[in-house]
Design a protein around this ligand. Sequence first.
Ligand code: ZN
Length: 147
Amino acid sequence: MSSLTDLYQEVILDHNKRPQNFRVLTGEAVHSAAGDNPLCGDKVTVYLRREGDRLAEVTFQGTGCAISQASASLMTEAVQGKTEEEVQRLLTAFIHAMKGEEAPDLGKLEALAGVRDYPMRVKCATLAWHTLHAALEEEDAPVSTEE
Ligand code: ZN
C-alpha cells in the first residue's frame, strides 16, 4: 500500500522548493498557455520557444501544491531540446502512466508515480502537461482540469 509520504518523495519536495526553469519567456517565437486545476487551486503557465522542430526552451510559472509545481518543473527538464514529436510521445506516455495505464519507463518522472492511487492528485500531476499541449497547439483558451 502506498502512503501519503510516498507521494511526497524527496525529488518532488526538492523540485517544489527549487523549481527548474521557473521564469517567463518573452519574444516573437514564444508561445504560452495557462492551466488551472480549480479542485486543488493549482495554476501553471507554460512558455515554449521553438527552434526548427525542437523546443529550444520550455519554462513555467505557477502556484499551487507541491505535486503540481514539481511536475511542471520536472516536465520542463524532460522536454527541453526535444523535437515536437518526441514531446508529444512523452506527453501521452506520462498521462497514461499517471492514470495507471501501461507506459514506457519515464526515468526521473517516475517520482510522480505515487499519485496513481489518488485520482484527485492525478490532476495536479498532469496539469502542466495538458498546459504544455495547449501551448504546442497554440490554443488561446485556458486549460482547466474540470472541462
Ligand atoms: Zn494540486
